[in-house]
Design a protein around this ligand. Structure first.
Ligand code: B16
Ligand code: MG
Length: 219
């Protein structure tokens, strides 16, 4: 791995535990519609845009839904999700994140958030990390969501760092694939840690040192 000069973090499931709120909101919608939906189905929604997530959820529906119904469902899910975000506070920052950000900042490493979410800015504000990154690229800036590399490529560009020197941190299979497609090494955490394409793996950010992340120490 080339020496890392920037770290690009996914948001939901890496920085903050909003992935559980996404699951609960989709589950509420699926239950109301009588569509089977469990945690295994939810894994496929990680990192994927809201409308694409809905299409995956509807694969198990017993009838077809019109475009107008789909738009209404996506809005309903987002309203439920936004309501749960009102509970969000710095306590929802995932283990190891604060320490990692501080350490990287101290070493002069550039940092960005690259998220498929259109709610990224209010989330960063709620957890007190709105000013912690050199760039924030989210679902409002891109036309193709992960596994397309657009969000990571744009984050690398905004930081002014070559792709091979940007380490992506991801919890989603779609995100790991997007990072690889962008030509970036990737630290896969959580359920993505079993992804065969990952450069580095950890259960969460307490499970890896900054030296290991930056390619300065072997694992
Ligand atoms: P929204 P990430 C992604 O964020 C989530 O993982 C994914 O589950 C969600 O559907 C997507 O954002 C869109 O979110 O409905 O808020 O626009 O993991 O890329 O930070
Ligand atoms: Mg994620």
């Amino acid at each position: 791995m080339a020496a890392v000069e920037a770290v690009i973090f996914d948001l939901d499931g890496v920085i903050v535990s909003t992935d559980e709120y996404h699951f609960q909101a989709w589950k509420q919608l699926a239950d109301a519609e009588g569509i089977p939906f469990g945690r295994e189905d939810n894994e496929r929604l990680r990192g994927v845009s809201r409308m694409e997530s809905l299409e995956i959820l509807l694969e198990k529906a017993s009838r077809a839904y019109s475009d107008a119904e789909k738009t209404a469902m996506a809005e309903r899910k987002n309203a439920i999700y936004r309501e749960s975000l009102r509970e969000l506070s710095p306590a929802d920052i995932l283990p190891g994140v604060d320490e990692m950000l501080e350490d990287l900042r101290g070493r002069g490493i550039k940092m960005a958030v690259a998220s498929s979410s259109k709610n990224a800015v209010p989330i960063l504000e709620a957890i007190g990390l709105a000013d912690a990154f050199d760039a924030v690229v989210d679902g409002t800036h891109i036309s193709q969501s992960k596994p397309h590399p657009e969000v990571f490529a744009l984050a690398g560009e905004r930081l002014g760092i070559a792709p091979e020197r940007c380490l992506v941190v991801e919890d989603a299979a779609a995100g790991v694939e997007a990072a690889i497609a962008a030509g970036m090494p990737v630290l896969a955490v959580g359920s993505a840690a079993s992804h065969p394409g990952a450069t580095l793996r950890a259960d969460d950010l307490t499970g890896i040192t900054t030296d290991e992340m930056l390619g300065l120490a072997g694992r």
